[in-house]
Write a protein that binds this ligand. Structure first.
Ligand code: SAM
Length: 249
């Protein structure tokens, strides 16, 4: 595995010469102290990565030049994690771990017992957290990030996803989550720290979602999310057929 630094530039910024955004530029020049001629791996968060050379560094501009053709990586597992809005620290932790575990999409939704409201600029903040996590685990993919101002909006967005589950702390032990539940395409909802309202659970069920239990212990919301993400990751690691197929062809 290459140990060159990983640097992010969104797909629309990609060209033979790429100018980095201020955050990425500062990280390369001030934190990593790279100088012209250094090699980096650029990724676009949409499955593309490639070797670039640091061509120019000034206080205001950092330019990278393509060194070889990029590689296109297959999209990771199709698990959508729909987490109810929670406090910042917990949410950041969940976004970071979900990226490391290869979640396809992270959806945040406003639940009745959510603490606070989803801000307008939320996705920009989560994008920064997701980019940091993707660099850490060298993932060329970032999850799709979406926010829903109501449960109704979440239910509508998920209607076309074949398999829909809601983690419910009051679900009977007989409704324990199974690995087979998490085969893609699949969406799993997690409630907020205050738990799910009975009316919310009824709405999930009415829209074809199945309640699932994670056992007798009541877990923190972010622990429940990471639990499911890790199960899905395990399942994918046991049978990663599409990735092998694309690399060989
Ligand atoms: N306030 C609730 C209570 O005391 O019963 C607990 C809510 S829990 C901290 C936050 C969310 O994590 C839940 O709404 C659920 O989605 C998920 N969760 C936590 N433990 C769970 C379990 N054992 N089974 C299923 N879901 C669980």
């Amino acid at each position: 595995m290459s140990r060159t630094p990983w640097v992010y530039a969104p797909a629309h910024a990609w060209a033979d010469t790429v100018e980095l955004c201020p955050d990425e530029a500062r990280h390369l020049v001030t934190v990593l102290r790279l100088r012209p001629g250094a090699m980096v791996t650029l990724f676009d968060g949409a499955g593309r990565s490639g070797p670039f050379v640091l061509a120019q560094t000034t206080k205001k501009r950092v330019l990278l030049r393509a060194h070889a053709a990029p590689t296109l990586h297959p999209r990771p597992q199709g698990l959508i994690l729909a987490a109810a809005w929670t406090k910042g620290g917990r949410r950041g932790f969940l976004v970071e771990k979900a990226v490391e575990l290869g979640i396809q999409d992270i959806w945040l939704w406003q639940a009745r017992f959510s603490q606070g409201n989803i801000p307008e600029d939320g996705p920009a903040v989560w994008l920064r957290q997701a980019v940091a996590a993707a660099k850490q685990c060298r993932s060329p993919w970032l999850p799709g990030l979406r926010a829903f101002a109501s449960l109704a909006a979440l239910l509508a967005a998920a209607a076309a996803t074949a398999r829909r589950f809601v983690l419910w702390e009051k679900a009977p032990a007989s409704a324990g989550i199974r690995l087979a539940d998490l085969a893609a395409p699949c969406v799993v909802a997690v409630g907020p720290e205050g738990g799910l309202d009975d009316e919310e659970v009824a709405a999930f069920i009415q829209h074809g979602w199945h309640p699932r239990s994670l056992g007798s212990r009541i877990l923190r919301a972010e622990t429940a999310g990471v639990y499911v993400a890790a199960l899905a990751h395990y399942q994918t690691e046991q049978s990663p057929p599409s990735q092998d197929a694309q690399e060989e062809s």
